[in-house]
Design a protein around this ligand. Structure first.
Ligand SMILES: Cc1cc2nc3c(=O)[nH]c(=O)nc-3n(C[C@H](O)[C@H](O)[C@H](O)COP(=O)(O)O)c2cc1C
Length: 189
């Protein structure tokens, strides 16, 4: 079975909502979505019900969706800290030719969605992964008034609701589907 690791950091749950929608898209294709997080810097690992990622889960995935809240225009430190433990994975070339996608949540519309998505993409390119984005053939990408970008799935906080907008959700689900379909096509038996 094609295994897609959906790896995120989320302090207040917004990025996690995107991760869950991406996982939904993955599952729609019949692939397995493995939702995992990384510990925060706040020494509160005992207070969380999150399941943290292991190196084995990273190495053994067929595809990776990587997400973080925007922090000063780029990915959050807890996720970067995990990525910086993956030099051995990089040296062994264990992620080469596997597809990947990225996602983020911001507090404000112009607070750095694209820069964060690109900051997440950079280490994945170093790992030799093949990036999957969102094509403009999806009507929601044209009409969204919140998140959703060709670079990846995203959410912009709104004072009206803590939920993803319908467009953000549809785009995140589609990205998960696209990633899983690509992974199944590229998977070596
Ligand atoms: C230290 C810090 C830096 C932040 N920097 C930005 C930023 O540059 N742009 C922005 O729009 N929001 C910024 N935010 C807001 C978060 O990106 C936003 O609340 C996000 O939706 C949180 O995601 P989460 O619920 O997954 O933790 C920042 C928040 C914190 C705590």
């Amino acid at each position: 079975m094609t295994k897609v690791l959906v790896l995120y950091y989320s302090r207040s749950g917004r990025t996690k909502k995107l991760a869950q929608s991406i996982a939904l898209g993955v599952a729609k294709t019949g692939a397995e979505a493995v939702l995992r997080s990384v510990p925060s810097l706040h020494n509160d690992t005992d207070k969380t019900s999150e399941q943290f990622v292991s190196k084995d889960e990273l190495v053994n995935c067929d595809a990776l969706a990587l997400g973080s809240p925007t922090r000063f225009g780029q990915m959050a430190t807890p996720l970067k800290q995990f990525i910086e433990t993956t030099s051995d994975t990089w040296l062994n070339g264990e992620l080469i030719d596997k597809p990947a996608c990225v996602f983020t949540s911001t507090g404000s519309m112009h607070g750095g969605q694209e820069t964060t998505l690109l900051s997440l993409a950079l280490p994945l390119l170093h790992h030799g992964m093949m990036l999957v984005g969102i094509p403009y053939s999806l009507p929601e990408l044209h009409k969204t008034r919140s998140g959703g970008s060709p670079y990846g799935a995203s959410h912009v906080e709104s004072s009206d609701s803590s939920l993803l907008s319908n467009d953000e959700k549809t785009l995140a689900i589609s990205l998960g589907e696209r990633l899983a379909i690509t992974a199944a096509k590229l998977k070596k038996d």
